[in-house]
Write a protein that binds this ligand. Structure first.
Ligand SMILES: Nc1ncnc2c1ncn2[C@@H]1O[C@H](COP(=O)(O)OP(=O)(O)OP(=O)(O)O)[C@@H](O)[C@H]1O
Ligand SMILES: [Mg+2]
Length: 176
């Protein structure tokens, strides 16, 4: 059975920037005691950002260096990985994947509040409209472990946290 050696699962929370991954992961981590691995922060702290792309206004990640540093923690289990991409992580790391989704209006407001403008704003809105991250997750992992979660409102956020907690309790008790 895949990942049968872990006593506690690893969860991937992914989705377009601004869909609420970190907000959800923080809550989930506080409730469950699982370790929240916010990849953007970890990458910066561990020198895994190699360059800055002036066109896309974003950092370029040294994926191999990042993954080498994460391997031991991931093998031990009990991690919530938070990142806006998912195709480069080893498939064996994750027991379940949640792709957060947000409607265009809400996402537009969240990203403009953050100061995103121009190409960066448009690219992120397009990314969500064309469900790029959902497709990436389905292409990279078994379909039955990839779940979409609507995350437009704080009520939905709380429901999502609850759903994940229920799944976690079942996984731990049944050794799913
Ligand atoms: N369910 C929600 N309903 C309404 N607002 C939300 C919700 N979740 C998060 N937000 C707000 O949306 C903004 C973006 O949230 P957050 O930083 O968690 O997104 P993210 O997916 O982690 O983004 P990034 O990929 O850039 O790290 C924040 O201002 C947050 O307060
Ligand atoms: Mg975040």
């Amino acid at each position: 059975m895949q990942n049968s050696r872990r006593n506690v699962p690893n969860i991937l929370i992914t989705g377009t920037p601004g869909v609420g991954k970190s907000t959800l992961c923080k809550k989930l981590s506080e409730l469950t005691g699982l370790r929240w691995l916010e990849i953007s922060t970890i990458a910066k702290e561990n020198g895994c950002i190699t360059e800055y792309d002036p066109v896309y206004q974003c950092s370029v990640l040294d994926e191999d260096k990042l993954m080498d540093g994460m391997e031991e923690a991931m093998c031990n289990g009990g991690n919530i990985v938070d990142y806006h991409g998912c195709d480069f992580f080893p498939k064996r790391w994750f027991d379940i994947i949640f792709v957060l989704r947000t409607n265009n209006t809400a996402l537009y407001d969240r990203l403009t509040q953050r100061g995103y403008v121009g190409k960066k704003l448009e690219d992120n809105i397009d990314c969500e409209i064309f469900q790029v991250i959902l497709e990436e997750a389905k292409e990279s992992y078994d379909h039955d472990i990839v779940h979409e979660l609507k995350n437009d409102t704080y009520d939905e956020l709380n429901e999502n946290v609850q759903k994940i907690c229920v799944w976690l309790e079942q996984w731990v008790s049944q050794g799913m």
